[in-house]
Design a protein. Structure first.
Ligand code: SF4
Lengths: 469, 212
């Protein structure tokens, strides 16, 4: 019998019932809950007089709407405030553990799950948020769901799912200096396209992925959804186990031993076959910068803004023209001549301690350029913020002229007060450069934390290696 | 969920690829804690000339006359014709809620993003995947004929054009059944309570750390 892929192993362990119509009832081990996609789910439960199937499988925190400035005054915008208060009330009513806005453990759901050990290898993890793919970095099967499914998991601890196809993305060889997980994943998306992974669960493998820290693997899996795949995953190895050990929700003592043993099988078998295999040469990856309004519109920093005239496909060409128009860019402009107005370092893609260290390393002894109106660093959780402060990273950043904020989603999607004004151009470490994502008319370029910091101190995009050598 | 059996309606074209959920319903409207009322803000940034915020009187806002859904010939449209990778981006179910609230019951495109696909069916919207060339022909037909209507028959899985010609489409049995009968997913799953409990018992013995 042929071996199994990691995806198939986790899937098989979670089948409650085969429905016989191509779908199965899949058991969900962990649901993360936040304020934006849950109120209608709780309302649905109440209307149908239903309870939670397993209260302890849920963990909640507000993240999208929380202010990143002084929180002692609460949330100013009454609509945002109501949504956060609604979450507080729902969690209290249904008995769900919530890290509230003033809790040091509060943060972006996808940052706090792993931080707390609430995301474990082999688990099925869901959340009403597409970047739930992040948790796949732990050898878990994790994906975003809509609000109806949030309610479904709350009420039944299960989801009705059709099996995905499997894709192996192997990033081979060693990356060059200055190349981070973000550059790797942007290069992958540039290669397979934003719909390339639709219908697939992607397993990321190869030397370059193995060499990444857990933080880096989370960054890669986070953006699997930008390649169209609901789930991205990385096999378990010693790094995974070391990261998980000793966290508040991680198994202890005897159960820990038992768990580690079970986790040793969480990799694709050598003879497993994937529906699609993509090979990427790690050595050729340059620091990446997006130029358009879709994450696949990406080039290396040493490139120019692409020319639509070179594109043969009509639909694609029109898409490029529209993107350049929106972005206010001219074809063939060298990427490193593009000036930016704002810099955002944060989001569930790049707000972990390693990301802040990388930004601080570039910022150290430098100043934010005079054309930059705002450069902000938003840690992914209260605990990361605390850790960074312990290391003095906040001082380095504020001395350079960056703002140091409270944790949350912030300008990744601008649901709180942090946003771009029309026409403003931003170097952002987030995951989506869609039109209006960071504020109506705002222009987003996705980059790594080091590249964002480099843009902040020079005022334009630049190869971070030029600064660091 | 409202049943979907058959629909004859005007078709509106959305001629761009990768229409994302941020475009379908911008994030400021996600602050609502309700499921309804999103229709007036569907495609808000394309549809109006000013910046929309929750609580505004949308009837008083300046319309972008060039935007397709604002053109008089597409008023009352219930079928949306779109390009590839429609609904990409976030998992927000507010996107199908907004489409539905506006009046769309069917979206036809060469491909859809996964999460949007399942969210739509759960809300009684039928998504139909057709070959890019077939979709292209439909775009031409819609442009050529004012008031262009299609008849979508879910039972038979057939779209009928005004000239009587037909296009067959695929839809998986499970989704079709739920849509035809307007069934509630949770109710269906709870019929298998014993299976879920049996699974949990087994799993707890195997992997107790998952139940701490
Ligand atoms: S940081 Fe951005 S992408 Fe991540 S959960 Fe928050 S809004 Fe979504």
């Amino acid at each position: 019998m042929a071996g199994k892929t990691l995806y198939e192993k986790i899937w098989d362990q979670h089948v409650v019932r085969d429905n016989g119509d191509g779908t199965a009832l899949i058991y969900i081990d962990r649901q993360l809950v936040h304020e934006v996609t849950s109120p209608q789910a709780f309302e649905g439960l109440r209307l149908a007089d239903r309870n939670l199937w397993r209260i302890d499988a849920n963990l909640a925190t507000p993240d999208h709407n929380v202010p990143t400035t002084d929180r002692s005054k609460g949330i100013e915008d009454p609509v945002s405030r109501l949504q956060v208060e609604t979450l507080d009330q729902n969690c209290a009513d249904f008995g769900i553990t919530e890290f509230k806005m003033d809790d040091i453990r509060q943060g972006i759901v996808h940052v706090i799950g792993p931080e707390q050990g609430a995301t474990l290898p082999g688990m099925t993890v869901v959340c009403g948020d597409s970047h739930t793919s992040t948790h796949g970095a732990f050898g878990a099967l994790a994906h975003g769901i809509g609000t109806s499914e949030v309610e479904h998991v709350m009420a039944t601890q299960c989801l009705v799912q059709a099996k995905s196809k499997t894709m192996l993305v192997s990033v081979n060889g060693e990356v060059n200096a200055g190349i981070t997980a973000k550059d790797i994943v942007l290069a992958i998306i540039g290669e397979i396209g934003t719909a390339g992974g639709t219908g697939y669960a992607i397993e990321f493998a190869g030397d370059a992925i193995r060499a990444l820290s857990m933080e880096g693997r989370m960054t890669v899996c986070n953006m699997a959804i930008e390649a169209g795949a609901r789930a991205g995953m990385v096999a378990v190895d010693q790094k995974t186990i070391d990261f998980v050990k000793g966290r508040p929700y991680s198994p202890k003592d005897e159960q820990w031993e038992q768990a580690v043993k079970a986790w040793s099988d969480l990799h694709s078998d050598a003879d497993a076959s994937f529906d699609t295999v993509v090979n990427i040469d790690a050595t050729s990856i340059k620091p990446q910068v997006t130029w358009g309004t879709s994450p696949e519109m990406v080039v290396g920093i040493d490139n120019k803004v692409p020319d639509p005239a070179d594109e043969k496909d009509d639909v694609k060409r029109e898409g490029m023209v529209a993107a350049l128009n929106y972005m206010g860019l001219t074809a063939n402009t060298p990427m490193n001549e593009i000036q930016v107005d704002k810099v955002f370092i944060g989001s569930c893609t790049n707000s972990r301690i390693e990301d802040i260290r990388a930004a601080a390393e570039v910022a150290k002894g430098r100043k934010v350029a005079s054309n930059i109106k705002l450069a902000m660093v938003v840690p992914g959780s209260g605990l990361i913020k605390q850790q960074a402060e312990k290391e003095g990273l906040d001082k380095i950043l504020t001395n350079a002229g960056f703002e140091w904020r409270e944790p949350g989603c912030s300008m990744c999607l601008a649901m709180n007060a942090d946003r771009l004004e029309p026409g403003e151009r931003c170097a952002s470490t987030s995951n989506r450069n869609f039109e209006g994502r960071q504020g109506q008319g705002g222009r987003t370029h996705l980059v790594s934390p080091a590249m964002a910091a480099a843009a902040a101190v020079t005022g334009h995009f630049v190869d971070v290696n030029d600064l660091m050598s | 969920m409202e049943k979907f059996i058959n629909l004859k309606a005007i078709v509106a074209p959305m001629d761009r690829p990768n229409v994302d959920t941020d475009a379908i319903i911008p994030k400021q409207f996600l602050k609502s804690i309700k499921r309804t009322g999103f229709g007036p803000n569907l495609f808000d940034e394309w549809r109006y000339l000013d910046h929309g915020e929750p609580g505004m009187d949308n009837s008083k806002r300046p319309l972008n006359e060039d935007f397709i859904l604002n053109q008089s010939r597409y008023q009352g449209a219930q079928i949306l014709l779109a390009r590839e990778n429609f609904g990409c981006g976030s998992s927000r179910e507010h996107a199908p809620w907004a489409l539905l609230d506006y009046g769309f019951r069917v979206v036809i495109a060469p491909s859809f993003a996964d999460i949007f696909y399942s969210n739509s069916f759960k809300n009684g919207i039928l998504l139909i995947k057709l070959d890019a060339a077939v979709v292209d022909d439909l775009f031409n037909d819609v442009a050529a004929t004012e008031g262009y209507e299609l008849n979508v028959d879910l039972e038979k899985q057939i779209i009928t054009k005004p000239d009587g010609s037909t296009i067959a489409f695929d839809v998986d049995e499970f989704r079709k059944h739920r849509l035809l009968n307007g069934l509630d997913d949770i109710g269906l799953t709870l019929q298998h309570t014993d299976d879920i409990k049996a699974y949990e018992q087994c799993r707890r013995a195997e992997a107790p750390w998952l139940f701490n």
